[in-house]
Design a protein around this ligand. Structure first.
Ligand code: 13P
Length: 255
C-alpha cells in the first residue's frame, strides 16, 4: 500500500521570516497526522531555516529545483549536496514553470533526477501536458516523451523510490482542476508505462501525485482514485489552514 504524500510548492513566495512563521504554526497543526507523508518546498533562501524549524516534526523539506553538477562556475545554481545539507530530503525536478521559463529540456530534467538520487534526495519528477497538447489529443504522447526522457538510465529500484507528479499545465494556478477521472486516466497511463518498462512491483510502489488547483474541497475526490497517491499543491499551500486541511482531507478512507 502506498503512503499518500502531500507536498506544498511555495514557488517564489515567502521571505525567510514568513516561511519560518508558517513552519512553526504548521508543524503543530499537523503533529498528530499519521500515515501521510508531508513535504514543504520553500524558496532556496528559506530552505535551511525552515528545515531547522521543522526539526523532529513529521514534515519534510524539498527544494524546488537543483543543478546537476557537484560544484563549479555555475552562477546562480545550487548543487544537490547543497540542497541536502540545507535539510531537504526531496527535490522537485522538471516543474512545468522550469521547463517553460528556464528552458529545462527532458535531457536536463533527466540529469537533475539522476543527480538528486545520487545525493540521496527523493526526486519529485513533474510531467504534464499543455492545453494545446491536450486539445490536440497529444496528452499521452507528451507524457510518454517526458517519462522516457526523464527516467533514462534510472534503475527500477530507483524508480520505485521516486515520486512522479502529474501536473497538467492548464490546471496550474488557473482554478481549473482536472476532474478526478481525467487525473486517474493520466495516472493509470503513467503507471502502465512504469509496469511495461520496469515491471509490476516497481509500478505498484512508485507514488504518483496530482498537481493543479488542488484545494481543501477537491483533494478527497482526487485521492479516492486508485492511482492518485497524493498532491503537489501550489497556491493552497501558502496558507497554513488550507494546506493543513488538504493534508487532513487526504487520508484515504480505511475500509
Ligand atoms: P496550483 O496548486 O497553484 O495550481 O499550482 C500547482 C503547482 O504547480 C504545484 O507544483
Amino acid at each position: 500500500m502506498r503512503t499518500p504524500l502531500i507536498a506544498g510548492n511555495w514557488k517564489m513566495f515567502k521571505t525567510v521570516f514568513e516561511a519560518v512563521a508558517f513552519a512553526k504554526e504548521f508543524k503543530s497543526l499537523v503533529k498528530d497526522v499519521a500515515n501521510v507523508d508531508i513535504v514543504l518546498a520553500p524558496p532556496f533562501t528559506a530552505m535551511h531555516p525552515v528545515s531547522e524549524a521543522l526539526r523532529a516534526s513529521n514534515v519534510a523539506v524539498a527544494s524546488q529545483d537543483l543543478f546537476w553538477e557537484k560544484d563549479g562556475a555555475y552562477t546562480g545554481a545550487v548543487s544537490p549536496a547543497m540542497v541536502r545539507e540545507a535539510g531537504a530530503e526531496y527535490a522537485i525536478v522538471g516543474h512545468s514553470e522550469r521547463r517553460r521559463l528556464f528552458g529545462d529540456t527532458d535531457v536536463a530534467v533527466n540529469r537533475k533526477v539522476r543527480a538528486a538520487i545520487d545525493a540521496d534526495l527523493t526526486p519529485i519528477f513533474c510531467v504534464g501536458e499543455t492545453l494545446d497538447e491536450r486539445e490536440a489529443n497529444a496528452t499521452l504522447a507528451v507524457l510518454d516523451r517526458q517519462l522516457q526522457g526523464g527516467l533514462d538510465a534510472i534503475t527500477g529500484e530507483q524508480v520505485a523510490a521516486l515520486v512522479i507528479a502529474y501536473e497538467p499545465v492548464w490546471a496550474i494556478g488557473t482554478g481549473r482542476v482536472a476532474t478526478a477521472a481525467q487525473a486517474q486516466d493520466a495516472h493509470a497511463h503513467i503507471r502502465g508505462r512504469l509496469r511495461t518498462w520496469f515491471g509490476a512491483d516497481v509500478a505498484d510502489r512508485c507514488r504518483i501525485l496530482y498537481g493543479g488547483s488542488v484545494k481543501p474541497d477537491n483533494i478527497a475526490e482526487l485521492i479516492a482514485e486508485a492511482d492518485v497517491d497524493g498532491a503537489l499543491v501550489g497556491g493552497a499551500s501558502l496558507d497554513v489552514r488550507s494546506f493543513g486541511e488538504i493534508v487532513t482531507n487526504s487520508r484515504r478512507a480505511v475500509i
